[in-house]
Design a protein around this ligand. Structure first.
Ligand code: SF4
Length: 208
């Protein structure tokens, strides 16, 4: 059984899959309370749906081929792992967006992981489970949301100390309306950081 906040068909706004259509399944509930959370309605509540019912919904939306499991924090729900397996078995290209605080050892092979490392401005900077680094491969991605210079320095130091041998794409995302894209770009160029500037396409394009 899954506790579902919403299911919708839209365009992926972040990471290297941005710009592609996807079906989004947003599971309810989160163990963190980030200062900049823009999915407050998913922190609690949700409707109970069984996995076959959700798979039927996805099929009815006739997705391109891509499905995104998001939240809240989707991996808090025990059945999320079985659901990811079923999506892969059904032939979808599947990604899961996680806040990084839940152990990733049971994410099925072939599911792309998009893991956040929370920065100081989120108020949840100590939440990343360091053990997760070993589960992140070249098809997975890491994201830092940067609000200010303290966040930038935190992300840069974290990369140097913990991600030097990690093959995943690292995204630096300017916090919408807080950090200017040009300032973050300048810092990335100045420091020659091997990261991807991640703009939140859904906020630029004003879609969900
Ligand atoms: S982890 Fe995501 S859903 Fe949870 S509080 Fe933070 S921003 Fe909101």
């Amino acid at each position: 059984m899954l506790r579902v906040s919403e299911i919708f068909y839209s365009i992926q706004g972040e990471t290297t899959t941005s710009g592609f259509t996807s079906v989004f399944i947003r599971l309810a509930g989160c163990n963190l309370r980030c200062s900049f959370c823009d999915t407050g309605r998913a922190l609690e509540g949700g409707e109970e749906m069984d996995i076959p019912e959700v798979l039927k919904w996805i099929k009815s939306l006739k997705p391109f081929h891509h499905v995104t499991l998001t939240g809240g924090e989707p991996l808090l729900q025990e059945d999320a792992f079985t659901f990811l397996e079923k999506l892969k078995e059904a032939g979808y290209d599947v990604q899961v967006e996680t806040n990084g605080s839940v152990l990733l050892d049971r994410v099925p092979h072939g599911v792309r992981i998009m893991a956040d490392v929370k920065t100081p401005s989120s108020g949840e900077a100590a939440s990343f489970k360091m053990e997760n680094i070993k589960y992140l491969g070249e098809n997975d991605e890491i994201k830092f949301v940067i609000s200010d210079r303290e966040d930038y320095d935190f992300a840069k130091t974290f990369m140097a100390e913990h991600l030097a041998d990690v093959k995943s794409v690292v995204n630096f995302s300017p916090a919408s309306g807080v950090m200017s894209t040009s300032e973050l770009s300048s810092l990335i160029i100045r420091d020659r950081l091997p990261v991807r500037l991640n703009l939140q396409l859904h906020k630029i394009g004003d879609f969900q």
